[in-house]
Structures are given as structure tokens and as C-alpha cells.
Ligand binder design. Structure first.
Ligand code: SR1
Ligand code: MG
Length: 401
């Protein structure tokens, strides 16, 4: 039940005609095709193609979870996504889709059509690589992290930005789905019978529980930067380089954005690299798995290099000296390692599974889920104390075909 009109493929041309900013981009009379392509957990997504020139994408928030209509969720979330897209677009335009229009009455965003890209998770599931994407994402996280931090923004302006970006419902979903439900009995949890003992061992481990409690506290209280908030491999569009155009990497779907810990975005990526590696390993693609396990360090190096390059431009160098930079970078790296464990484990145990595991046969899914939990345990319990390469080598050592 919705108090605003939901779009469908037939009503999209009239909707575009009613929005001058959109009609100026795509002549409604020249629309050749409208496709609904949403495959996430929350929204309707329409790709609009025109006879000539670029099309556009409309993303409409449903007032409930798309994959569970009994679960209401505020449709105002696309206002937070618009705010993040605008802020991130100003800081790192090469890594996000352009925002064309925001309609708070119908809860619709209009964004750049990136139909010549594909979702990275699907490409990784097929065994493809997309070299350079992890590094691009490290640079994206660094640019938005620095630019929305106390280092990059005037402190008074930043306070207003931070207040406007408080995203209570969506942050609350993450608090529940990532940091709470996998560690308690919950009706939304679902695992194969063969993994029940694996989950009990994992969630019952006092060291895991202590690490998750600390990570949840960090997530809820460390308002470091305007983070994407849901930066898994399904939130990344990729396009390979060809002789006439460069590689392209775009982070989309920023509706979970809020001022939170920077390590959460990197950790989301790393946890999903781990899941992709587990999948590759149980499919006997050990070379692909080994490559996937190099991506955390590659994205970290790109993040660190970019952040260090921006550091001389900090707005207030009086007491933010280089020691502050070093301790901040260490905090981000160790937070990210721990968040990676939590992000991998939630996809095994809780609500909102991922195709990396779900598209495996039950026999392989059981094996992969067990291995993902073993590796996640290492990240959670040793992430604060172990160097990144060693950490993912050790996590990788737990994976077998
Ligand atoms: C109810 S939303 C479930 C999940 O989908 C999104 O992609 C986020 O990861 C969220 O946790
Ligand atoms: Mg999403």
C-alpha cells in the first residue's frame, strides 16, 4: 500500500513529460523503450532509452522492502541517496552516476544511464576480473572520506551537512542486519541444515561476539565522513576499457549513506571480495580466488595513496599534524578489516543473501558458507592486530576446493 503513485513501464513517459528537467534530457515522444531492471532488495529501477542520444534511469523507492512487502521502510531514503550522490559527485564525479533530478513527492531519483556498464558482482560470479576496479573504489572512498571529514570540510558547514545526513531508519537496518541478527536467534536468519552448527560455533565464539559489539559501537558512533553505507560488489557498476574509451567504475545505490566510519565502506568491499573468493574456490577456480584475495590490499593502497595526497589540503593544519593522519589511517584500516568479517558473515547467516553463494548448488553452498564463516572469524578476531596482507592470506588459507 502506497500513499504516492508507483511508476510502471507504461507510466514512465508521462512522468518524464511532467518533469521539465527530465523532458529537457529525453524527449518523451522519442522514448523507444522502458525496462524495469530492479534486482535489489528495495526499489523499482527503470531504464529509459531514446531514439537518439543518451537515456536515463529512474529509481523509485517503494514504501516497503521489495523482497518482503510486509516490512515497511521509509521511501524518504532516496532523499538521503540524492544528498550523498550530490556530495560524492562534487568530490569524485568519475566514480558515481550523475544525478539529474530528485522528486521528493513521488520518491523518484533520475540518474545517468550506465547501461554500457554491468554490476560487478555478476561479473565476478562469472569468473571475470575487471583489473583496476578495486583501486578505483579505494580512490573513490578516499576522495569522499577526505572531502566530508573534518580534514576536508569547514567545521561549521560540516555540522549542518552531518545533521542533514542522519539516516536513522536505514542505519538502523544495518545495525540490525549486520551487527545484531546474525548473532541472535532471529526469524530473518536462514541457513542450510548443514550449516546450523557452523553458525552456532561462529556466533557463540566469545571473541567474535566481543569484536562484533565493538564494531557495532564504532558503526553507531564514529561520524567520520559521509560514507556510501552499502558498498558491496552489487553496488558497483563496471565497464572494461576498450581502444576508444577508458575503464569506468561507478558506485551506485547510496541510500544507506550517513556520517559513519570510513572503514565501513572499505570493509563492505573486502567482505564481498572474500565471498567472491569463497565462491571461486568451491568452483575449483583457485587462481581467481587468489586474485580476489589480493583486492583488499590493492584497494587499501589506492585509498591510502589518495588520502595522503589530499592531506596537505586539510582545512585546519594547526593541530591536525601528520601524527593525526597516521593514527586515522591505522584506525580506518583496522576498522575495515573487522567490518569485512561482519559484512561477509551477515550474508551467510542473515536476511539479504548474495548470489555469490545463493547460486551455488546446496552441496557447494554449504561448503562455501562454512568456509566464509571461518574466514570471517579470522577477520573479526584478528583484524585489529594483523597486517592486511597477512590477514587475507590467513583467511584465504581456510578456503579449499
Ligand atoms: C532490507 S534491506 C536489506 C539489505 O539490502 C541492502 O542492499 C542492504 O545491504 C541491506 O542490508
Ligand atoms: Mg542496494
Amino acid at each position: 500500500m502506497s500513499t504516492y503513485d508507483l511508476l510502471d513501464v507504461t507510466s514512465v513517459p508521462a512522468y518524464i513529460a511532467s518533469r521539465p528537467r527530465l523532458a529537457a534530457r529525453v524527449d518523451p515522444a522519442a522514448i523507444t523503450r522502458v525496462r524495469e531492471v530492479g534486482d535489489g532488495n528495495l526499489n523499482l529501477v527503470f531504464v529509459v532509452s531514446a531514439a537518439a542520444g543518451p537515456g536515463l534511469v529512474l529509481k523509485q523507492s517503494l514504501p516497503y522492502v521489495r523482497v518482503d512487502p510486509t516490512w515497511p521502510v521509509t521511501p524518504d531514503r532516496n532523499g538521503f541517496e540524492a544528498g550523498a550522490l550530490a556530495a560524492h559527485g562534487a568530490l569524485a564525479p568519475e566514480y558515481v552516476p550523475a544525478l539529474y533530478d530528485e522528486d521528493p513527492a513521488r520518491h523518484v531519483l533520475a540518474i545517468e544511464d550506465l547501461s554500457d556498464h554491468r554490476v560487478w558482482r555478476g561479473a565476478l560470479n562469472e569468473g571475470l576480473r575487471f583489473e583496476g576496479t578495486a583501486e578505483d573504489l579505494g580512490r573513490y572512498v578516499a576522495k569522499v572520506a577526505f572531502g566530508t571529514s573534518v580534514f576536508g570540510l569547514d567545521p561549521q558547514i560540516r555540522k549542518g551537512e552531518l545533521a542533514r545526513a542522519v539516516n536513522p531508519e536505514l542505519s538502523g537496518i544495518t545495525e540490525d542486519l549486520v551487527f545484531t541478527e546474525p548473532y541472535v536467534e532471529h526469524e530473518r536468519n536462514r541457513v542450510l541444515p548443514g550449516n546450523v552448527k557452523d553458525v552456532a560455533d561462529f556466533a557463540g565464539d566469545p571473541a567474535v561476539r566481543a569484536a562484533v559489539g565493538r564494531a557495532k559501537l564504532t558503526f553507531m558512533t564514529h561520524a567520520e565522513s559521509l560514507i556510501h553505507g552499502d558498498l558491496h560488489t552489487g553496488s558497483v557498476l563496471v565497464r572494461a576499457a576498450t581502444p576508444d574509451r577508458p575503464r569506468s567504475t561507478r558506485a551506485f545505490d547510496a541510500e544507506f549513506a550517513f556520517y559513519g566510519p570510513v572503514g565501513f565502506d572499505l570493509g563492505a568491499l573486502w567482505g564481498n571480495f572474500l565471498l567472491a573468493a569463497v565462491r571461486a574456490m568451491v568452483l575449483d577456480a583457485s587462481t581467481q580466488a587468489a586474485w580476489l584475495l589480493t583486492l583488499p590490499a590493492l584497494s587499501w593502497t589506492a585509498f591510502e595513496t589518495e588520502f595522503r595526497a589530499l592531506w596537505p589540503d586539510r582545512v585546519d593544519p594547526r593541530v591536525f599534524e601528520d601524527d593525526t593522519l597516521e593514527s586515522f589511517l591505522t584506525k580506518v584500516r583496522t576498522d575495515a578489516a573487522v567490518f569485512a568479517g561482519a559484512k561477509a558473515a551477515r550474508r551467510v547467516i542473515g536476511f539479504a543473501k548474495v548470489s555469490d553463494l545463493e547460486s551455488l548448488t546446496p552441496y557447494r553452498r554449504e561448503l562455501a558458507s562454512r568456509q566464509a564463516l571461518h574466514a570471517a572469524r579470522i577477520l573479526l578476531t584478528d583484524g585489529r592486530t594483523t597486517p592486511l596482507n597477512t590477514l587475507f592470506d590467513r583467511a584465504g588459507d581456510t578456503l579449499t576446493p
